[in-house]
Write a protein that binds this ligand. Structure first.
Ligand code: MEV
Length: 314
């Protein structure tokens, strides 16, 4: 054991406001770190390689297949640090609901990389962090755009385009509130991304139009935010949900919560993240409306709701 010091790493959940799925095809997306939920990793000396998290506690080599991406990020990070033969205990604790489109797999990887770099007293820059996390995300999601790694590791909202330098983007809309609601159903990001790719292969012309339209709506959303226009932003979110349905990434529960939000005064609503379960978001023009919409979503079956202010002036 090299020292008694512990290593710590943290990352937040993330919410995609606009552009999920189309971002994989090079279209822009808007996302922000969702600091209401977070994940922490602690590294401490041990004589064996031990993992302790919600799903497993024991020798890392015996961790179940769903933790393959985390095993990989540990291995790759130790290799980057040239500390392959060290042993320690990693304890991961999380308030990010898993597989709900909130970026829990990327956030877990971010917190692990940060904790290991901290443990070995090495500064962890974004340039080192993001490729390590994206490699783990490839195992978890197949073909990640990189948005989850970027959003869960940062403090600012982003206008994100795959492969381009990160562009922070102030997400300020006066008096606007976002309600996030969890269907309670595990999302299926990997399957959804794969199925959109199949659809795209089968019908390039039509599917690429829907993907382009989602990109166009994201650019319109950026304009609506820059002009402080919550009403247009809500309409754009509604249109994005229609496009995401065409891409087959919604499901009945998400659609039902989207309808409930609109019936209860939301300016707009859509699924967020990978879809096929997971979370939806709704936009409200006041805190009071947001509270009412959140209550209606819970009555309609949402397992949890969160309210996030979007405005600096709220
Ligand atoms: C998942 O949070 C977002 C997707 O667009 C996949 C990705 O961008 O990697 C569905």
């Amino acid at each position: 054991m090299n020292k008694e010091k512990m290593g710590h790493g943290q990352a937040s959940g993330k919410i995609i406001l606009m552009g999920e799925h189309s971002v994989v095809y090079g279209e822009p997306a808007i996302a922000f770190p969702f600091q209401e939920t977070y994940i922490s990793t602690k590294v401490e000396p041990d004589t064996a390689m031990v993992l302790d998290c919600d799903y497993f506690c024991g020798d890392l080599s015996e961790a179940p297949p769903q933790l393959k991406s985390l095993k990989e990020v540990i291995k790759q990070t130790l290799s980057a640090l040239q500390q392959e033969n060290k042993t320690f205990k990693l304890t991961i604790s999380s308030t990010i609901p898993a597989e709900r489109g909130m970026g829990s797999s990327a956030a877990a990887a971010v917190s692990i990389v940060r904790a290991l770099f901290d443990y070995f007293d090495t500064p962890c820059t974004q340039e080192v962090l993001l490729p390590l996390v994206n490699r783990a995300e490839k195992i978890a999601h197949g073909n990640p755009s990189g948005i989850d790694a970027a959003a869960t590791s940062g403090n600012e909202s982003l206008f994100f385009i795959k492969g381009q330098p990160l562009e922070s983007f102030p997400l300020n809309v006066s008096n606007a509130f976002l309600i996030v609601a969890d269907t309670g159903i595990k999302g299926q990001t990997r399957a959804a991304v794969r199925d959109v790719a199949h659809l795209f292969e089968q019908n390039k012309r039509s599917i690429s139009q829907h993907i382009k339209e989602l990109g166009h709506l994201t650019k319109l959303a950026k304009q609506a935010i820059l002009t402080d226009d919550a009403y247009s932003l809500g309409k754009i979110m509604n249109q994005a949900h229609v496009q995401l349905k065409v891409l087959t990434v919604s499901n009945d529960q998400l659609d039902q919560l989207v309808i409930t939000a609109r019936e209860n005064g939301a300016l707009g609503a859509k699924l967020t993240g990978g879809g096929r379960g997971g979370c939806m978001i709704a936009l409200a023009d006041s805190k009071e409306h947001a509270v009412k919409i959140a209550a209606a979503l819970e009555s309609a079956g949402a397992k949890a709701t969160w309210i996030q202010s979007l405005g600096v002036k709220n």
